[in-house]
Design a protein around this ligand. Structure first.
Ligand SMILES: Nc1nc2c(ncn2[C@@H]2O[C@H](COP(=O)(O)OP(=O)(O)OP(=O)(O)O)[C@@H](O)[C@H]2O)c(=O)[nH]1
Ligand SMILES: [Mg+2]
Length: 286
């Protein structure tokens, strides 16, 4: 497979802006994708977040395998981190998120109240591209003020948005400048956090089939009639056959097959999936 690398110029500027705004903030909301929580931790965030309290949000939990997501919730908590799982497209998540932000700012609020001051609290909303940062800011603000979209790199500049008691800084999705491990880079490609234009979608589809065959084989059987998992290309061809992706002349239409598979995965049509397991990350630090 071709090595995945992607670090567009606007991310350098975004990370500089984020670091400059950090000291204005009472905390950070770090949005992760619940389908690949560890791949969505950008180790460079440590420098940007400094010592501020961080709330880790396992977003898109509606698309993810809840047992594994709960495993990660426990994992974050065991490391002394604030954590919540959420679906930012569902209005009922607003209350849960606000409660967490209130918990994190409790002491500061009480101190301000003791002095008779009413103040707002500032949070920077950070994360890799396409994890739902702008969607979450809109959810909390109760209005569609930040632009959202189902591809990586929609937000281009940092922007403050007043959300009741909180001021939230929506930020562009940012990546580490290079991926030190391609296993996690692949997960980012699967979930749509890397611009599809720089990816070889055939490659990505084959890799996704390989990983699903290992972790969720039954789902491949149910959706695509795949029962022989021994070969990625064989699975790809079964998928194309099942969906009628055959070109004139009888060749498989791999391009349509790849697009269908990746789209099905991203929209949750294959099933509720989490590609990572908390117990594999016992020694993980960042
Ligand atoms: N199913 C589901 N979809 C979500 C959720 N949160 C966001 N989305 C969708 O994910 C896509 C990306 O959302 P954005 O809010 O634009 O993501 P972002 O992190 O701001 O992306 P960038 O600005 O590109 O970094 C959109 O199509 C959203 O509707 C969620 O919790 N569940
Ligand atoms: Mg955005």
């Amino acid at each position: 497979m071709k090595t995945i690398q992607w670090f567009p110029g606007h991310m350098t500027k975004a990370m500089r802006d984020m670091e400059a705004k950090r000291d204005l903030c009472d905390g950070i909301v770090c949005i992760l994708d619940a389908r690949a929580p560890m791949a969505s931790i950008n180790k460079n965030f440590k420098k940007i977040f400094g010592e501020k309290p961080v709330l880790y949000v396992l977003n898109k939990a509606d698309l993810a395998d809840s047992t594994k997501v709960d495993g990660f919730m426990k994992w974050f908590e065991s490391k002394g981190k604030y954590c919540v799982k959420c679906n930012s497209t569902n209005p009922s998540s607003k209350r849960v998120l606000l409660q967490k932000l209130s918990d994190i700012t409790k002491e500061k609020r009480e101190r301000a109240q003791a002095k008779g001051i009413t103040r707002t609290f500032r949070f920077m909303v950070a994360g890799i591209p396409n994890t739902g940062k702008s969607t979450m800011v809109n959810l909390i603000s109760g209005q569609k003020r930040a632009k959202t979209g189902d591809k990586a790199g929609v937000t281009r500049d940092v922007r403050w948005l007043r959300c009741g008691e909180f001021d939230l800084l929506d930020t562009p999705g940012t990546m580490p400048p290079s991926f030190d491990d391609q296993y996690h880079a692949k997960h980012l490609a699967f979930i749509g956090s890397i611009n599809d234009d720089i990816l070889d979608m055939d490659d990505i589809a084959l890799e996704l089939l390989g990983e699903l065959a290992e972790k969720y084989p039954q789902m491949l059987t149910e959706r695509y009639g795949i029962t022989d998992y021994s070969e990625k290309l064989g699975m790809y061809e079964t998928l194309c056959k099942r969906r009628g992706f055959i070109l004139r002349g009888g060749e498989f239409d791999y391009e349509r097959g790849a697009k269908a598979l990746i789209d099905d995965f991203r929209k949750g049509r294959i099933g509720k999936i989490c590609l990572e397991t908390a117990s594999d990350y016992a020694d993980f630090t960042w």
